[in-house]
Design a protein around this ligand. Structure first.
Ligand code: SF4
Length: 421
């Protein structure tokens, strides 16, 4: 791992590639796509370029949703089998120095603020472990008070025995800031760009370190450099034109698959949900476009994980199980301490908990979600079997987790790929 200031990765960061991405050209390609263009891609069974991804999310491709979904299903089963990885978020803190206009934790929102003690985190985690989870996503707002004092490392070390797979969704750091987190046993880093449209980004992120659009964009690559072996990216749909966001997210996915090839890459397309601050979403992504998007991403990036969160309603989640998704959260609380202190009497008139980041749509318990997955003919996977490989590192394979993973992968038949959020 190198300090990010002297990194040879700098010249090839996605932010550099992104500056040359001509959004207007892709809009034109999408609007001019014909049914024949879509049929040719579906007959071939794959896309050969970002331009073809733009054709799959075009208005013309809407008429081909069914064959797109069939192809997406085939491709997913070929690369991931009939499995869905289960995970749960665990919120450590809702304290945040940023102003993000769409988020319940935004610093101007008047909500109860809390950062869990390490003992409280362990109590929350025990409840999740009792429900069967072995894969956990630690989430927190962005605040200096817990990034610099070893708090996150201590949390990871405390949870590592119980959870073979720990992912993080925190404020972005430099590569050398990530190193202790990797050394503590964390394997995955999730960071959403929120919106890839720079002027929209600037209007929504008006204070705090998150204002730095390009620095955020390169976070996944800094995390890779520090040794994370799974990377998750995404955009929050509802902030800007969904087709433009999708092309940028596809370009980012393609870039990571090519340049961070020792890591697994997963993507997510969360849609806006109600939250404190009552932000009005700008660009509503309809259900059938959401399905089109999942199928298009699967065809474009067959090896990338696709994650579906509890932001989506139960009926839609059940319908999407066989269509390209590889990972699902379940029974989620988006409030620090929300698993142990759930209190029905504290709901706001809008049906939200006052300290939550956003209100989830699929409120079913994890066991019910797992049963829905089984009913669709898929296996819910609670445990990350990859960890068993890491318990026996060899001198020959070295110490970088991604390196060990990739080389061991080539010696392992029929591995079940995993993804995060
Ligand atoms: S989106 Fe993240 S950084 Fe922004 S206010 Fe919410 S928790 Fe803080």
């Amino acid at each position: 791992m190198r300090s990010s200031s002297s990194s040879p990765f700098d010249t090839n960061r996605f932010s550099t590639v992104f500056r040359n991405l001509d959004a207007t050209r892709f809009q034109e390609i999408s609007s001019q796509t014909t049914g024949g263009d879509v049929e040719r891609i579906l007959d071939r069974g794959r896309t050969d370029s970002l331009e073809e991804f733009a054709r799959l999310i075009s208005p013309a491709a809407e008429a081909y949703l069914e064959p797109m979904c069939r192809l997406s299903q085939r491709v997913t089963q070929k690369h991931f089998g009939k499995t869905i990885r289960m995970f749960a978020p665990l919120y450590l803190s809702n304290e945040c120095v940023n102003v993000c206009r769409y988020c319940g934790f935004s610093r101007h929102n008047d909500i109860p603020r809390i950062t869990l003690s390490i003992d409280d985190v362990e109590s929350e985690a025990a409840l999740l472990a009792d429900q069967g989870f072995r894969s956990i996503l630690l989430v927190a707002g962005e605040h200096p008070k817990y990034v610099s004092n070893g708090y996150v490392e201590s949390v990871i070390q405390r949870l590592a025995k119980r959870f073979p797979s720990i992912a993080l969704e925190l404020g972005p750091l430099e590569a050398d800031g990530y190193q202790p987190l990797v050394d503590s046993g964390c394997e995955a880093l999730i960071v959403y760009q929120e919106t890839y449209d720079e002027s929209t980004y600037r209007s929504l992120h008006t204070a705090g370190p998150k204002k730095h659009f390009h620095w955020r964009m390169d976070t996944a690559e800094r995390a890779y450099e520090a040794g994370f072996r799974r990377l998750g990216i995404g955009a929050l749909f509802g902030l800007h034109d969904w087709r433009q966001e999708a092309v940028s997210l596809a370009a980012h996915t393609q870039h990571l698959l090519r340049n961070c090839w020792k890591a697994q890459v997963a993507l997510s397309m969360p849609r806006m949900r109600p939250a404190a601050g009552e932000f009005e979403q700008v660009e509503f992504l309809r259900d059938h476009h959401f399905v089109q998007l999942i199928a298009a991403f699967r065809i474009f990036a067959p090896h990338a994980g696709i994650t579906l969160s509890t932001r989506e309603p139960a009926s839609l989640r059940d319908g999407l199980i066989p269509l390209g998704v590889t990972s699902m959260s379940a029974g989620s609380s988006t409030e620090p301490g929300g698993y142990s202190s759930f209190d029905e009497t504290s709901f706001t008139p809008a049906g939200e908990q006052p300290g939550e980041q956003f209100h989830i749509a699929d409120e079913r318990p994890p066991a019910v979600v797992a049963e829905a997955i089984r009913s669709a003919g898929y296996d819910p996977v609670w445990k990350d079997f990859d960890q068993a490989l890491f318990d026996h590192p060899t001198e020959e394979l070295g110490s970088h987790p991604s390196k060990r993973f990739t080389e061991l992968e080539s010696k392992t038949v029929d591995r079940n790929p995993v993804s995060v959020k």
